[in-house]
Design a protein around this ligand. Structure first.
Ligand SMILES: Cc1ncc(CN)c(N)n1
Length: 226
């Protein structure tokens, strides 16, 4: 089996959990309350802003021109293509710049962002790359799985369209090849690459939970004193 197939198979549980998550199901079937979608998109804009910055850090650590070109282009395309959807949603939902600027990351988002900064700042580039990969890969899987769903809410249809697009699929093909190249050239990094990929796949599941429960920093689980 190729390295990308191995890491993906090991993450089967997380993939399945995301695929049937009530947030994802609600989005593709059109039953998701707009409040949850708005919350998700606002949190996601924070996430993608940091994801883009992390790609720029990866570019600065690159050893080859090809690597550097990849990271810089990815950072640019997240900012211009993917975040364009978010800007459209914010306009539609009348979310102003002030509201966006004041928002802080919810706990699950914060954990995921910190995990990726840790990977790019403290680990090798192959490990950081593995940590960054579930993000496009999982969403491409969801887009592929639900591409024929046509929720009546246009914003939800746009979301499915973005992640089931040919460009997204082609880009993922390049990313899998890069993962396999890193794995071939850095056998000593295999365990960590797998572990960081799994952690990110876990955080992807937590991101859906966060948007489904409108997670915040105030409410803790109310355990009773024995
Ligand atoms: C949390 C998260 N993960 C993945 C994606 C897809 N790039 C996203 N927009 N947001």
């Amino acid at each position: 089996m190729r390295f990308d197939e191995v890491v993906r198979e090991e993450a089967d549980g997380y993939w399945e959990s995301s695929m049937v998550h009530p947030f994802v199901k609600g989005l593709v079937q059109g039953t998701l309350p707009m409040e949850n979608f708005k919350f998700y998109m606002m949190q996601d804009a924070i996430y993608l802003k940091h994801y883009s910055k992390i790609l720029a850090i990866a570019a600065s650590k690159s050893e080859t021109n090809q690597e550097m070109a990849y990271y810089l282009e990815s950072a640019r395309s997240i900012n211009e293509a993917e975040l364009e959807l978010h800007r459209t949603v914010f306009k539609e939902l009348h979310i102003g710049e002030q509201e966006q600027a004041e928002l802080i990351p919810a706990p699950a988002n914060n954990n995921y962002i910190n995990h990726m900064y840790n990977a790019v700042l403290n680990e090798s580039l192959p490990v950081a790359f593995a940590a960054l990969l579930p993000c496009p890969w999982l969403y491409q899987s969801i887009g592929e799985e639900y591409k024929d769903e046509k929720p009546t809410q246009k914003l939800y249809r746009d979301w499915i369209e973005l992640y089931s697009s040919k460009e997204f699929k082609d880009q993922l093909g390049i990313q899998k090849q890069m993962l396999n190249k890193y794995a071939k050239e850095h056998p000593a990094d295999h365990q960590k690459m797998k572990a960081f990929f799994q952690m990110s796949a876990y955080y992807e599941c937590k991101f859906w939970d966060m948007a489904w429960s409108l997670e915040n920093w105030k409410e803790l689980t109310p355990y009773e004193l024995a």
